[in-house]
Write a protein that binds this ligand. Sequence first.
Ligand SMILES: [Fe+2]
Ligand SMILES: [Fe+2]
Length: 358
Amino acid sequence: MNIVFVGDEIRELQPMIERLHHKMYCSAHLLSSIDAFKKAFDREQYNIDVIVVEMNFRPDDRQGGLRIIEYVQQRQFEYIPIIVMTVYEDFDNAIRALDMGAFHYIFKGGDTEATVKILAGMIKRAYDLRLERLQADGFALAISNLIDTYDHWLHGHSRRVGRYAQLLALKIQLPANEVQIAKRAGMVHDIAKIHLDCQAFQVKGSLSDILKDTMKEHPVRGYELLKELGNPPALLLAVLEHHLRIDGSGYPLEHPALQAELSTIGQIIGLVDSFDAMTTPRSYRESTLTILAALDQLELDARKGCYARSLVAAWRACLPDIYYTIENDYKRGVLPEIMWRANLSTEGEPLTEPSATR
Ligand SMILES: [Fe+2]
Ligand SMILES: [Fe+2]
């Protein structure tokens, strides 16, 4: 287990870390500033199991811990639990940290040995939760990888839609459990495409009517498949709704689970799914829109009534994180260079006309 401590009270934290190290045989590192943490996190997030942060930073930064939580929430792909250390009188910030998705808080001070014991128990439970979440996410990730391998044109589409959905859900401040559902729904939204004939994925140009009809069944089939696997209703609904728009267009037109209005998570998945389809090459068209052009297109579509304008505005506000995600996929070799170059070089100029998403 790898634990990262973030705090500038080095003389107080160092002995605590050493005792924890002996007690739990874990590796524990101390980072003494928020900037040092951000750099380490960007480089190593996949090697961090639990984060313990101090709320107070000198000279007078009483909410440094909250900024760290926000930073992690917006960038983590796998769940990394955060424990916040506060002083006794700082109850408000402890509650705020929990609201933002922190795993727990601990009041420090007084008996160091007792604090270390409580912290050790808490870290253990946090780590168990991380493993549980990894297992569940691993399942969703395995499925999304399978879907994306099936259709090599997707270039990591399902994983990215999961990541985008997580970012947008965070931006509009959905509760932590709904952010989690949005991420998983994004990862598995096209699960039923594994039912489809490979032909459908490889066809150049427009699809035949038969293939189009088969393709249109994937939200309902996905809903049914995921229901059998025991997924929560909010996730199932979002998968069912991801090709529906708030003006009633899209598909499926009827289904007993559909309600009068689209769910927020369904709208999120629909929006970021279209965004990814616009910004990545597909078998049925040659090139893509740049990120900025795709955002403009979504705004146009919102004005026509397809999306909530506030949701598109929130998505535009995620721009730095969108670039970060795409750059990472390019560096990992998931996305072709052409796409990254196009987005670096063109300021809002569409490379081609957008096509409808599948
Ligand atoms: Fe889809
Ligand atoms: Fe999709």
